[in-house]
Design a protein around this ligand. Structure first.
Ligand SMILES: [Zn+2]
Length: 177
């Protein structure tokens, strides 16, 4: 439904006029001249203005829709990163020589001579060669790896959220014109 009509200006441009402007004044967008708008009856005899979806707000709607969609995606990605950060496993307890000492003494009390010999061979000899700082248990290693992977994924999710938000904003301003 085309309710707007084109009012020709002296400069050759046409100004789209809506019925509410009938009998009033309008400005030519091309030359800035002030134009007398005819009455509604005369206005209807002028050529109808073509419905430009962008001028009618369709473009704005598409841009706003894109922006909304992108922001929803960005929020979802950021929420995913937040969830991962909240559910990240706790880091392993820092190595405590005192605790280790207590633990070892308890173990030694419970051990048979054969066990002690095996512990000496398989644990303390490698320890003596590698040093205590490297004595990270496989469980701790796995936990640290899990945390590291979670952090990488969080970074990726946040970066994707930022990209989605930026694409949405860029699309919004591109479609809005
Ligand atoms: Zn003009």
């Amino acid at each position: 439904m085309s309710s707007r009509h084109l009012l020709p200006c002296r400069c050759g441009a046409s100004v789209p006029i809506g019925p509410s402007q009938a009998g009033g004044r309008a400005h030519c967008g091309a030359c800035g001249a002030e134009l007398d708008v005819p009455t509604l009856g005369e206005l209807r005899r002028l050529p109808p203005a073509e419905e430009d979806p962008a001028a009618r707000g369709g473009g704005w709607n598409a841009g706003a829709g894109l922006l909304t969609g992108a922001l929803v995606v960005a929020a979802g990605l950021a929420a995913g990163a937040g969830w991962m950060a909240a559910n990240e496993p706790a880091p392993p307890e820092p190595f405590s020589p005192e605790q280790r000492q207590v633990f070892v003494e308890q173990k030694i009390d419970q051990m048979s001579p054969a066990d002690l010999w095996r512990m000496q061979t398989f644990i303390y000899e490698p320890l003596a060669e590698q040093g205590l700082s490297k004595a990270e248990s496989p469980a701790d290693q796995a936990l640290n790896q899990q945390i590291q992977q979670s952090r990488i994924l969080q970074t990726v999710l946040l970066a994707a959220a930022a990209v989605a938000a930026m694409l949405g904003i860029a699309g919004y301003f591109t479609l809005r014109r």
